[in-house]
Structures are given as structure tokens and as C-alpha cells.
Design a protein around this ligand. Structure first.
Ligand code: IMP
Length: 416
């Protein structure tokens, strides 16, 4: 099995937990998009790991993590992340970096402030958009170029010149940044190379490889709620885009969907609930950003959006997470259509303005009171919860095969 794990909503679907579960017998976990804007949380015997760049499979001994060329990496944040893992008493993860991966430099973060995207889009302020912009504009810096001092100086100089032109005087100390990058280069040198070839060889020799998506389908640069999206390819199509592995090499595509919906940052969200139910979901679900600490916007599960994500990604199964958060609600809503001035629609529109103007059409199901954290098999779930699972599967045409019933690694129900 070669598996891709993809977010089906606006990120934060608990992909970390699901990828960690699926990677227990994996030889490789490969990230293909995004960077430190991601926050993948895993709760295991060492404590709670919050990973931003490092693939979660590396928390299992013997599983190597690959940072594919579709990612953007921030050497400073990456080192903090490694130090935090070490402080938890974990072994140093085995990593491989694509030599084509682009580096987030200090001017990328500063440019985000100058451009105002933090306010306009509600970005994570990690320099993600500006780094991808420089990559597409053919002025970025790749990890494999760190030995070329003139190339590094040119990239830093151009970044600074742009900031100064925008009125930002002496934005940072170039010599210090240069020294930090050289140090990082020395430390990482042995781990940098052609990761496409390494993963391809692993697949050819029958190794189990998991591709770990970051963010979610609705934040995809093209398929998401543009312009309120991230700057990378977050769907299954990002696997080829960000690693060079061909789509026919994937045998399983798992869509991760939360039992309700959350979103951070600006942009349309038809099933958002600004009342007591939304507040309850936020508090019970601990819906505060792993990367930024921002409170997440909360609302009901949107099946129109989920069906759209299923069509784009060709999910072979769904992992429905945080079902336990719904326990104790007298009623659970599912958005099954959108109401517009022209009537009811069942498709997810491309235009954010159109999506902002729709009203959700809900189907309400009875809730349940049982605490389901200890449940390990489908039959033990309350009838109302089982009904919800089958309704979701029937509506979108993809079966729910995994159910998250709590934050810990073992709190999962596998449905055969
Ligand atoms: P950026 O990726 O920092 O450029 O942010 C663009 C949009 O994507 C903003 O709305 C962010 O809140 C959102 N976003 C980026 N990464 C994540 C994530 O890992 N989870 C949830 N939302 C994210």
C-alpha cells in the first residue's frame, strides 16, 4: 500500500494523528507541500509533539521522513522543532531533504507584513506566500544552492532591496543570516539529495511510503476558496507536484475530515456557526491554532464541500476525526446543500464571492450523550453516531474507514 493522506477541509483535520496511525508500519513518510504554516499534532507516550516541517511518521523508529521539493522550509524554525523533540526525550528523526526545496528567508516573513497579506488573507505569517512567489518568480534560493555563497548573497540582497524600496530600513543583518545558513548547510549536508530518486527506489523495492499532506483541499491554491488559500498544492495532485512521484504509484488516498468544520483566517465558510454551538465546538475541540494559537472559526460538517473534495482527490476512504467532540450535543447538523437567490445548489462554487453569499441547508440528526473515548470498535459506538457515519459515507460516495474518538494515538476505531 502506498498511501496519501489529504485534508478534506480547510486544514486542521487531525491529519497528524491519522498519518501517525497509518505510518506505524511505514518505511518513509513524505511531505510534499507547505512548510511551517502546518501544525501536525501527535500525542504518544513521549508527550504531545507539534510538528511543522518534520513528517509525523518519523516519530516511529525506523521510519524516515522526507521533505519533498514542493515544500518550503525555514531553517531556523526547523532547528527549533528538532530541539523541541529532543527536549521530549525523543530520538533524533531520520530525515532527507530534497536539494530542490526552497528556503524561507527573513525577508519573506517581513514581506508578508509589508504586503498586508496577514490582514487580508489571515495568513500564518510564516513567509509561506512570499517564498512560493519567489520560487515562481525564479528568484528563490534552493537548499542545494547553499554552497554557492554568491547565489545566497544575491538572494538576500534582492530580498532586502525590495523591502527597502517599500520603506523598511535595514531589515536584517545579512552577515548573521549568511552565517546561520552556512551552519545549517554543514549540519544538513549529508541529508540533502535527490529525494525523488530515493522515494522511487523505496517504492520499487516494496517499501511502505506514506505521503503526508499539509493544510486541506479547500486551502489549495487552485481548488480552494481563492484568494483565501495557501500558496501550494494541498490535494492529491500535490504529491506529484511536490515529490515527482507519479499518481498511478498511489494505491490508497485517505481523506481526513473532522466531524464538524473549522477554518482559520479569512474567507467564505457557509456552515460557520457564530452562536452557542460554534462556541461549544471550539471549547470542546480545543480549536486554537497549533502554529499561531488563533481561535479557529467553527461550524457544522459541510457535505457539499466534502463531496467536492472527494471528487478532486479520488479518496478511497475517509478518516473522520474528533467524533468525540460531538458527544453531548442534543442535535448534530450536516450541511447537505446551499441556498442561493437562484434556488438550491448542490455543487461547490469556484468563486469565493458566490460561496460567501450562500446559506446552508441542514439535515439535523439526533445527538448522543455517551463518552466514546474508550470505544475501539464500530459496534460500540452509539446508534446515532453510527447513523452519522453511514449518512456521510452515502452522501459523498466514499466509506468512512477510520474514526478518531480522542486525541491519543490509540483513540481510533477501524471500520473493516
Ligand atoms: P499561509 O499558508 O500562511 O499563506 O496562509 C494562507 C491561509 O491558509 C490562511 O487562511 C491560513 O490560516 C491558512 N492555513 C495555512 N496553513 C494552515 C494549516 O496548517 N491549518 C489551517 N489553516 C492553515
Amino acid at each position: 500500500m502506498t498511501t496519501a493522506v489529504i485534508g478534506a477541509q480547510w486544514g486542521d483535520e487531525a491529519k497528524g494523528k491519522i498519518t501517525h496511525f497509518l505510518a506505524r508500519d511505514a518505511h518513509y513518510t513524505v511531505r510534499f507541500n507547505g512548510g511551517p504554516n502546518a501544525g501536525h499534532t501527535v500525542k504518544d507516550r513521549h508527550g504531545t509533539a507539534k510538528l511543522h516541517h518534520i513528517p509525523v511518521g518519523t516519530l516511529h523508529e525506523g521510519c524516515k521522513g522526507v521533505l519533498g521539493h514542493g515544500m518550503v522550509i525555514d531553517p531556523w524554525t526547523l532547528q527549533d522543532e528538532l530541539a523541541a523533540l529532543e527536549a521530549q526525550g525523543r530520538p533524533r528523526p531520520k530525515l532527507g531533504f530534497s536539494d530542490r526545496v526552497h528556503l524561507i528567508l527573513p525577508h519573506h516573513k517581513l514581506r508578508e507584513q509589508v504586503q498586508g497579506s496577514a490582514q487580508r488573507i489571515g495568513t500564518t505569517c510564516r513567509g509561506i506566500g512570499p517564498c512560493y512567489e519567489d520560487r515562481a518568480g525564479r528568484r528563490g534560493l534552493r537548499l542545494g544552492e547553499l554552497d554557492e555563497e554568491d547565489t545566497v548573497r544575491a538572494a538576500l540582497g534582492a530580498g532586502i532591496a525590495e523591502l527597502e524600496a517599500a520603506g523598511c530600513k535595514d531589515p536584517y543583518d545579512v552577515e548573521k543570516v549568511l552565517r546561520d545558513l552556512q551552519e545549517f548547510n554543514e549540519q544538513a549536508r549529508e541529508q540533502v539529495g535527490d529525494m525523488r530518486a530515493e522515494v522511487e527506489a523505496a517504492l520499487a523495492s516494496g517499501r511502505r511510503v506514506i505521503f503526508e499532506g499539509a493544510q486541506g483541499t479547500l486551502l489549495d491554491l487552485d481548488w480552494g476558496t481563492y484568494p483565501y488559500v495557501t500558496s501550494s498544492s494541498t490535494t492529491v495532485h500535490g504529491v506529484g507536484w511536490g515529490t515527482g512521484i507519479r499518481s498511478e504509484q498511489l494505491t490508497e488516498v485517505i481523506g481526513v475530515v473532522k466531524a464538524y468544520t473549522t477554518r482559520v483566517g479569512e474567507g467564505p465558510f457557509p456552515s460557520e456557526d457564530n452562536g452557542a454551538a460554534g462556541e461549544q465546538l471550539r471549547e470542546r475541540g480545543g480549536e486554537y491554532g497549533t502554529t499561531t494559537g488563533r481561535p479557529r472559526r467553527c461550524g457544522w460538517l459541510d457535505l457539499v464541500a466534502l463531496r467536492y473534495a472527494c471528487r478532486i482527490n479520488g479518496f478511497t476512504g475517509l478518516a473522520l476525526t474528533k467524533l468525540d467532540v460531538l458527544s453531548g450535543l442534543s442535535e448534530v447538523n450536516l450541511c447537505v446543500a446551499y441556498r442561493t437567490s437562484a434556488g438550491t445548489v448542490e455543487d461547490f462554487p469556484a468563486a469565493s464571492r458566490e460561496l460567501s453569499s450562500v446559506a446552508p441547508v441542514y439535515e439535523s440528526l439526533p445527538g448522543w450523550n455517551e463518552d466514546i473515548g474508550g470505544t475501539r470498535c464500530e459496534d460500540e459506538l452509539p446508534r446515532a453516531a453510527r447513523r452519522l457515519l453511514s449518512l456521510v459515507g452515502d452522501f459523498v460516495g466514499v466509506r468512512v474507514s477510520l474514526v478518531g474518538v480522542g486525541p491519543a494515538e490509540e483513540e481510533i476505531v477501524v471500520i473493516d
